[in-house]
Design a protein around this ligand. Structure first.
Ligand SMILES: [Zn+2]
Length: 90
């Protein structure tokens, strides 16, 4: 496994149905929570399917996400977190 995201680099995680990310279709999880650990485990298991949204003025750290079978997993990373190579979301 070339890319593994570390728990200490994750500020927030999301799991839900693909679409609106306001929380109406899924849930956000905070560090130290079981929910975040679960999303992290699932993303790390499928890093070959992940895409990355680069940091912007809005999101200060990268976001690594997987969209699969109508579901979205997302990890909001701290600024400067190393994720190895993850292709940018188009
Ligand atoms: Zn919504």
């Amino acid at each position: 496994m070339a890319n593994t995201i570390k728990a200490e680099d994750v500020l927030q995680a999301y799991r839900g149905r693909t679409g609106c990310m306001c929380g109406c279709r899924g849930k956000y999880f905070e560090p130290e929570s079981r929910g975040l650990a679960g999303v992290l485990r699932d993303v790390n298991a499928r890093m070959d399917e992940a895409t990355r949204i680069a940091p912007s003025r809005l999101n200060k750290g990268s976001i690594v996400a997987i969209d699969r079978d109508g579901k979205t997993l997302a990890l909001y990373l701290r600024p400067g977190a190393r994720v190895g190579f993850v292709p940018l979301y188009r």
